[in-house]
Structure formats: C-alpha cells, structure tokens
Design a protein around this ligand. Structure first.
Ligand code: FE2
Length: 191
C-alpha cells in the first residue's frame, strides 16, 4: 500500500465517525496538496499524506496534552510507526511552535521532534490555512478570521493563531508566489 492510501485509511478510521466535519476539512486540505504537484514534484505524495494526517490529534482517543499537533505526531511516531518526515510535518503544522509556546509545551515539542524542510512545512501550512472547516478553499485572511470567531478571543488557539499570523501568511504567500512563477514559466515556454 502506498503512503497516501495508508494515510487516508488511518485518518478516515480516526476522524470520519467521531469528527465528520474535521474529516471533511482534512479531505479538502489533501485536495489542496494535489494542486501543489507542479512546485513539489516527487514530494507531493509526502505532502498529501501529511495533509491527511495533520489533524488526527483531535480524535478523542488521541487527546493527551490537548495540543493536537503534538498528540497527533506522537501517535504517528509511537503507535502508527509513521515515516519520520510525516511525524515532523504534523508536529509543526501551521506554525505550531506558537501554540506550543502558549501551552508551555515548546521545550517538549522541540525535544521530541525536529523541523521538516521549510518548503514542505510551508506547503502544509498553505493547504491547511486555505481550507475551511468544511473543506472549501478560501483565502488565508478569511481562514484566520474564521478561527478567531470559532474559538473566541480568550481561547489558547486564538491567542496562538494571533502569534502565528505572520508565519502563516508568509508561508501561504510564498507558496502562492511559487505557483504563480511556475505558471508564468509554463506560459513563457509555450510562447
Ligand atoms: Fe487543519
């Protein structure tokens, strides 16, 4: 079984019944990953698998610290025996070091997981932060506003997202720029 199929089955098992909206979001995030094939090439399958797994830490059976990025990455490392790159991507997805700091878990996160290469980490952030809770594509600014309104101003997730906003927006814009440059290159080649 390929990495993408394995990740799909695992995420579906963990999310579809208990968290159907989260599963819809997850599938939308993975759809976004497929659109990045022109700039990621052979790493696209790793990104799709990471997108499918990025939110499994919300599954009720996996909740431990309450930081879903860390809980999901630990499950992948210790139980699912996933590829190390997937563990790293999930652990830090969407600039999670900010949430780790807010939850006083940054030392734990850094000790347990290394960061993945920046272009893949940015790509995962792009896919997550341009996908609504129902799996629809949307602009990153609308996505950030949606998170704030869903959690409310006092919640640790809202505070973390505020801290992470520069990292999230710059990641998304970098991926958009890479896609646009790739598109321009294609047009020039066809002239
Ligand atoms: Fe997500």
């Amino acid at each position: 079984m390929g990495q993408v199929e394995w990740a799909y089955d695992l995420a579906k098992d963990l999310l579809e019944t208990t968290l159907p909206r989260r599963w819809a979001h997850t599938r939308g995030v993975a759809d976004q990953a497929e659109t990045l094939a022109p700039i990621l090439g052979p790493d696209t399958d790793t990104l799709i698998a990471a997108c499918l797994l990025h939110d499994i830490g919300y599954a009720p059976d996996l909740v431990d610290t309450g930081m879903h990025q860390l809980d999901g990455a630990r499950y992948l490392r210790d139980i699912a025996r996933a590829d190390e790159r997937l563990c790293r991507l999930v652990a830090y997805h969407s600039c999670a070091d900010n949430e780790a700091r807010q939850r006083d878990l940054l030392d734990v996160l850094v000790k347990e997981f290394d960061q993945e290469q920046p272009d893949l980490a940015r790509a995962l952030t792009y896919c997550d932060m341009t996908t609504s809770p129902d799996g629809q594509h949307l602009d990153v600014r609308d996505r950030l506003a949606e998170i704030h309104s869903r959690y409310g101003p006092e919640h640790v997730v809202s505070r973390s997202i505020s801290d992470a906003t520069p990292c999230i927006v710059s990641s998304v814009r970098a991926v958009e720029a890479a896609l646009a440059a790739r598109g321009r290159g294609r047009l020039e080649q066809s002239d």
